[in-house]
Design a protein around this ligand. Sequence first.
Ligand SMILES: Cc1cc2nc3c(=O)[nH]c(=O)nc-3n(C[C@H](O)[C@H](O)[C@H](O)COP(=O)(O)O)c2cc1C
Length: 334
Amino acid sequence: MKTFESITINNMTLKNRIVMAPMCMYEADNLGFVQPFHLVHYPTRAYGGVGLIITEATAVESRGRISSRDLGIWDDKHITGLTSLVESVHRAGAKIGIQLAHAGRKCNAFNEPLISPSAVLFNSDYTPPKEMSILDIKTVIDAFRNGAKRAKLIGYDLIEIHGAHGYLINQFLSPLTNYRDDEYGGSAENRRRFLNEIIDAIREVWEGPLCLRLSAEEYAEGGNHIEDTLNLIDTLKQQVDLLNISSGGVVPVKFDVYPGYQMELAKKIRQKGYLVLGGGLLTNPSEVEKYLNNESADLIFLGRILLKNPYFVLQAADEANRKDLIIKPYERGF
Ligand SMILES: Cc1cc2nc3c(=O)[nH]c(=O)nc-3n(C[C@H](O)[C@H](O)[C@H](O)COP(=O)(O)O)c2cc1C
């Protein structure tokens, strides 16, 4: 089965094609520090057979947190806890990636100022954001560079840039949230400048596997659609090793979701010659295998099903008669 085939991305070899999707757990303390919860939660999924774990959105600035209880990497003080986390996942046999994130106008952390390319509110749950000055832009780009530097020191196997779900990078990319008339707004080329400069900054300090998560479709009139995303990724070729394809979240609109609802988007992007990580509402091993076999994606992310069942991969291996993949201490359970 393709699900259990290894794959190499840049200098990282994964034992299988199943990736734990980044999911905020809201279990850090109010200053972004790793807690005992994280040191159980993530290694459990690693012992459960997941090849790569991408941990929850981790803020590169305190004002970049989605909530007050997000993990942070904006300070050297975060390094010790994150190092324990990385070591705990490595000991449990998986690779680990960090999702570097900035919430921008979707920051719900206590007492933090909101920033965004333009001073436009997401909805009434948030306070109005301030339009970013050029200095703010440079400061955030530096924060991504510093986050990547720390991630390297800590020993992460992969860095994922959170460019999806309507957070800060996505706010620059989308015409629905970026009304700037300087070099960071207006044309598609200007709107992607912030992302490009973040990628350049990270690449100054990180040679390893770099993944970019995008909302490939914004499901709103006047927003980015798959054609715009295909144009965007044409400009990224040399610097990004993997694209994690998601959708939505830029503006508060409802859209249809069903198992595999993002796989057509993933497939179109993969046809451009990228390694692609796809998923969304997948809950059983046959779906995972189907989307790998029909070449929609090279890797499949699983989110909520891994919250419900950390042993999803071991069970899939058992069902596929691959007892050799069950880790020794758990053999008698299968
Ligand atoms: C509790 C929860 C927290 C999430 N947090 C993040 C996050 O930090 N970063 C991110 O890119 N996506 C986040 N997502 C989206 C997931 O990564 C994933 O794309 C989504 O849940 C769809 O996959 P699923 O149907 O397999 O759960 C989150 C989803 C859930 C359910």
